[in-house]
Design a protein around this ligand. Structure first.
Ligand SMILES: Cc1cc2nc3c(=O)[nH]c(=O)nc-3n(C[C@H](O)[C@H](O)[C@H](O)COP(=O)(O)OP(=O)(O)OC[C@H]3O[C@@H](n4cnc5c(N)ncnc54)[C@H](O)[C@@H]3O)c2cc1C
Length: 220
């Protein structure tokens, strides 16, 4: 049996370190791969607000801005984990462990908030859209198209496709990539919580506060 690709051979003392390093690569990558579909959901939500004729409303603008905030924080975390990477004695680079795990833990939450906001902006039509058989029906098809026409920014056909896209990513098989994989890919959230707990500098933070307490005047 070839042995050149055996990396561990009884060195169990290094197991937790190896898992932490491997996890840091994978969890950093989520700051790159999940903001992509997030951008698609934000773009679709912005278009759907135009199609629904409510893009000017202040709460709609706030929700779209919140979506950008949620999504870009994921990207920023991935970048930061990479930028603060460190070189291992073997010469390879490893992401910052704390930031990589924070990146992935945020990824387990923010896409669900994006999907919620997209669902809010789309309206119930996202899940009650008439079927293709209705659209193609000789008698009711023209009526369906007539009554589903909204703001002129998008045609009824574009609005229909937009709703199907959002339904798919929020509730359909597109949610595998946007949602379920965001939770369980690179391990379920508790794995990130454990690593964050291990790497967060609690003692250093306590020491700073102790120093502050020693010099701060005691109030009434
Ligand atoms: C879409 C998708 C793509 C994926 N892609 C890949 C891939 O490319 N490569 C790859 O290697 N893997 C991939 N995975 C697998 C992924 O790493 C696992 O799904 C993830 O690690 C969770 O494991 P599990 O599914 O067996 O769930 P479980 O481990 O059964 O987790 C379910 C729940 O049980 C909890 N739990 C589990 N064990 C314990 C315990 N001992 N004590 C207390 N609580 C516990 C978890 O925290 C979680 O809340 C993918 C998964 C998905 C959903």
């Amino acid at each position: 049996m070839p042995e050149e690709r055996i990396f561990f051979d009884g060195e169990v003392d290094h197991t937790d370190q190896a898992i932490a390093y491997l996890g840091s690569y994978h969890r950093t990558s989520y700051g790159g791969c999940k903001p992509g579909p997030g951008d698609m959901v934000i773009g679709a939500s912005s278009l759907v607000a135009k199609a629904n004729g409510v893009a000017h409303a202040s709460h709609v603008q706030e929700k779209l801005t919140e979506m950008v905030q949620l999504n870009e924080v994921l990207y920023a975390c991935g970048l930061a984990a990479s930028m603060k990477g460190f070189r291992l004695p073997a010469g390879v680079w490893c992401s910052d462990l704390l930031l990589a795990n924070l990146c992935k833990l945020n990824v387990t939450r923010s896409p669900y908030l994006l999907a919620r906001l997209a669902t809010d902006l789309a309206g119930g039509i996202m899940v009650t859209m008439p079927s293709a058989a209705d659209f193609d029906h000789g008698e009711i098809g023209p009526l369906v198209r007539k009554y589903l026409t909204a703001a002129p920014a998008l045609s009824v056909e574009q609005r229909r496709r937009l709703m199907r896209f959002l339904e798919n990513v929020a509730l359909g098989c597109g949610g595998v990539c946007l949602l379920a994989e965001s939770v369980h890919g690179a391990c379920s959230p508790q794995a990130q919580v454990m690593q964050i707990r291990a790497d967060a500098p609690f003692e250093e933070m306590e020491r700073c506060v102790r120093t502050l307490l020693a010099s701060a005047p005691v109030g009434n």
